[in-house]
Design a protein around this ligand. Structure first.
Ligand SMILES: NC(=O)c1ccc[n+]([C@@H]2O[C@H](COP(=O)([O-])OP(=O)(O)OC[C@H]3O[C@@H](n4cnc5c(N)ncnc54)[C@H](OP(=O)(O)O)[C@@H]3O)[C@@H](O)[C@H]2O)c1
Length: 169
């Protein structure tokens, strides 16, 4: 099976956003944005839910195939964006047959949860930003039981922690 990785920025208390329409880019560090661009361009394909796509202004992330989970068709899709309702396994199979070697799972919570719970994620790039939200949208929405191995961590001058975890079999 093709490799899928989760990439997300978290508040120190474990939230990815305050609400479904809040863009994540306003509270994340330049180091997180840089890592996001590097890793997603290397993968060449980003998968996200419609809510997340709307927080990006309904535009495509450049130089990457954008796959958006949406229950309904969306009119006037920009170039580079494709809609899907496929199961995670079916989508990964299709992307493999299209020549992709890895897939960046870019959120939000619904999409992270769907790919993680089906055991299709082998790596997580989690950035912990030095902020507290108190309330909001968590990385995952359901009970899960995975063990991780921390394979890399970098602390920036601004107090951001960039981590990389492998999912243990
Ligand atoms: N901090 C970060 O790194 C980060 C990253 C990404 C996003 N975010 C934040 O996360 C928030 C959005 O997260 P979210 O969980 O509310 O939404 P989301 O995961 O971005 O998108 C949910 C959408 O996907 C659709 N969907 C889910 N599964 C589907 C399936 N199998 N087939 C077709 N459509 C499907 C849902 O349809 P239904 O309504 O029918 O279920 C809904 O329209 C935003 O605030 C965003 O800024 C943060």
């Amino acid at each position: 099976m093709i490799k899928a990785f989760i990439i997300a920025a978290l508040s120190a208390d474990g939230y990815i956003a305050k609400n479904p329409t809040a863009p994540s880019t306003v509270w994340t560090s330049k180091e997180d944005k840089k890592r996001f661009v590097e890793l997603t361009k290397k993968a060449g394909v980003v998968v996200m839910g419609q809510n997340t796509w709307m927080t990006l202004g309904g535009k495509a992330l450049k130089e990457r195939l954008n796959i958006v989970y949406s229950p309904e068709p969306i009119a006037n899709l920009p170039a580079g964006v494709e809609l899907t309702k496929k199961s995670p396994a079916e989508l990964l199979q299709e992307l493999k047959s299209r020549g992709f070697k890895e897939v960046a799972i870019c959120g939000g919570s619904q999409i992270y949860t769907m790919f993680m719970k089906f055991g299709l994620v082998n790596r997580l790039y989690l950035t912990v930003e030095p902020v507290i939200f108190g309330n909001g949208i968590r990385l995952f929405k359901e009970d899960m039981d995975f063990k991780l191995k921390l394979v890399n961590s970098i602390r920036t001058e601004g107090g951001t922690l960039l981590t990389e975890y492998e999912v243990q079999k």
